[in-house]
Design a protein around this ligand. Structure first.
Ligand code: IDP
Ligand code: MG
Length: 142
């Protein structure tokens, strides 16, 4: 069993795609165990994307991810990290496969609608950034 932290990014929330994006991941068999809407502070955004702090796109990325409300979710399931990244599609929506979230809901390589953790360690760190232990639910997915 694996967990992954998913964000519906501001462009997708603004255009009313929050439910559709969360739904796509549920339809892929993943169990939703936490969900909230929030607006990231610059400090938390910089922490979330700290691996990219030296990249040329970092300042723009921080401006974008703090520009409006986001949905933060935790999903649990078998091979959750890879399963979710497949449903998300490639970083650049133009290059994402047909039927993926980024192909259908992304705008461009920056405003690409969704974030999903890229490994078990990153997932654990990211989940801690957004949720406390009592916010993670335990139930059987039917
Ligand atoms: P990922 O979200 O598919 O894991 P990363 O390379 O980890 O992609 O990049 C993190 C986020 O930074 C992307 O989802 C996207 O919003 C943004 N980003 C990545 N590459 C670029 C770029 O070349 N220009 C602008 N924004 C980018
Ligand atoms: Mg990444």
């Amino acid at each position: 069993m694996e967990r992954s932290l998913v964000l519906v990014k501001p462009d997708a929330v603004e255009r009313g795609f929050s439910g559709a994006i969360i739904g796509r991941i549920e339809e892929a068999g993943m169990k939703l165990i936490a969900l909230k809407m929030l607006k990231l502070s610059r400090e938390n955004a910089e922490q979330h994307y700290s691996v990219h702090s030296e990249k040329p796109f970092f300042p723009g990325l921080i401006n974008y991810i703090t520009s409006g409300p986001i949905m933060a979710a935790v999903f649990e399931g078998e091979d959750a990290i890879n399963t979710i990244r497949k449903v998300m599609g490639a970083t650049n929506p133009e290059k994402a496969d047909t039927g993926t979230i980024r192909k259908d809901f992304g705008t461009d390589i920056e405003r690409n609608a969704v974030h999903g953790s890229d490994g078990p360690e990153t997932a654990a760190q990211e989940i801690k950034l957004y949720f406390s232990g009592i916010e993670l639910q335990n139930y059987a997915r039917k």
